[in-house]
Design a binder for this molecule. Structure first.
Ligand SMILES: [Zn+2]
Length: 325
């Protein structure tokens, strides 16, 4: 499948211009973010379990998601758990209860494509999380971290530039506090009486929406392959309640038709098939873009930290002096 190379043709089959406001916005973002130099290429850390904690059912998707990384890690034996913090009641046109149920169901179907078979929903009210007590949310996340003891945690970046989505801000801050506080026995000792033990997550990957604020500052690129891109594209279109919008494809093609243009790859497809195809192209385009910028075929970029990165002197000492027992 072709990715970002999708080209729109006029009647004489001459290439005219590349598709999409979103692609243009993404180009602008990458320029603003200064992704001109290659990032270090990250390796998959050792471990058995990854946990994605995200505000919404679909935050693992798009070019700022974790789909390729998660698919690669589950291929290598990782078990995956996704925590949906909100109830997604505002995502969809059929009322709050319906949206909650359908979005959760589609979230489970989506992450199955990238090898994750466990979804936990905390069901805080979508877009109204400002009034959610941070300490309460943090306590829930600490409990989950202690229960499932992930080796890798993925979330939105709490230290990134302003994210206008209030749920993203709330959840990312709670995650950043929970992932290290879960390691201290004096924090929520009531959890220990349940038989849980402290657990500090060794590795974290943070990302951020590229179309909000001034963008993200990644420090690592992680490669994935064509099968991972295909699976994360399938994961994205599985969110049909919000992304399957045939009228969008229809309006795009109507507008092109007025200008005497068409996209050959979409000819013969229904509007529903066309919008699914467009969404999949977008996932290929973003993976290829990050890959090309970092000398890889396909990639995602993250702000990645390991447990001892905050003590670089100790990390260096252990690296140079540790010996086998
Ligand atoms: Zn979101």
């Amino acid at each position: 499948m072709r990715g970002y190379e999708l080209t729109i043709y006029d009647k004489a089959a001459r290439p005219v211009w590349g598709i999409g406001l979103r692609l243009a916005a993404f180009c602008a973002f990458t320029c603003l973010a200064g992704i001109a130099q290659r990032l270090p290429v990250g390796t998959i850390p050792p471990g058995n379990r990854l946990m994605i904690i995200e505000a919404h059912h679909d935050d693992h998707t798009w070019q700022w998601g974790f789909g390729g990384l998660a698919a690669r890690m589950t291929d290598q034996g990782y078990e995956g758990i996704l925590v949906r913090v909100s109830n997604d009641e505002k995502d969809g046109d059929d009322g709050y209860p319906h949206n909650d149920m359908v979005n959760l169901r589609e979230c489970k179907a989506a992450v199955a494509h990238i090898g994750i078979d466990s979804v936990i929903s905390l069901n805080w009210r979508n877009d109204y999380m400002d009034s959610t007590p941070l300490q309460e949310l943090r306590a829930q996340l600490i409990l989950l971290i202690r229960k499932y003891r992930p080796d890798v945690l993925m979330a939105y970046d709490p230290w990134g530039h302003y994210d206008r989505n209030p749920d993203h801000r709330k959840v990312s801050r709670a995650v950043a506090e929970a992932y290290w506080m879960a390691g201290y026995a004096n924090v929520h000792p009531e959890h220990l009486r349940l038989g849980l033990k402290p657990h500090r997550v060794p590795h974290i990957y943070f990302t951020q929406r590229g179309d909000y604020g001034k963008g993200h500052e990644p420090n690592v690129a992680v490669a994935h392959d064509a099968s991972h891109v295909r699976r994360k594209a399938n994961a994205m279109v599985a969110h049909r309640n919000i992304y399957h919008q045939p009228q969008t494809a229809r309006s795009i093609r109507d507008e092109l038709r007025k200008q005497g243009l068409h996209v050959p790859e979409l000819d013969g497809l229904s509007d529903g098939e066309a919008i699914d195809q467009i969404e999949k192209w977008y996932m290929y385009w973003s993976s290829e873009r990050y890959g090309r910028e970092n000398g890889l075929d396909y990639a995602e970029v993250f702000y990645q930290r390991a447990e001892w990165d905050h003590r670089p002197g100790l990390t260096e000492y252990v690296k140079n002096n540790a010996v086998s027992q």
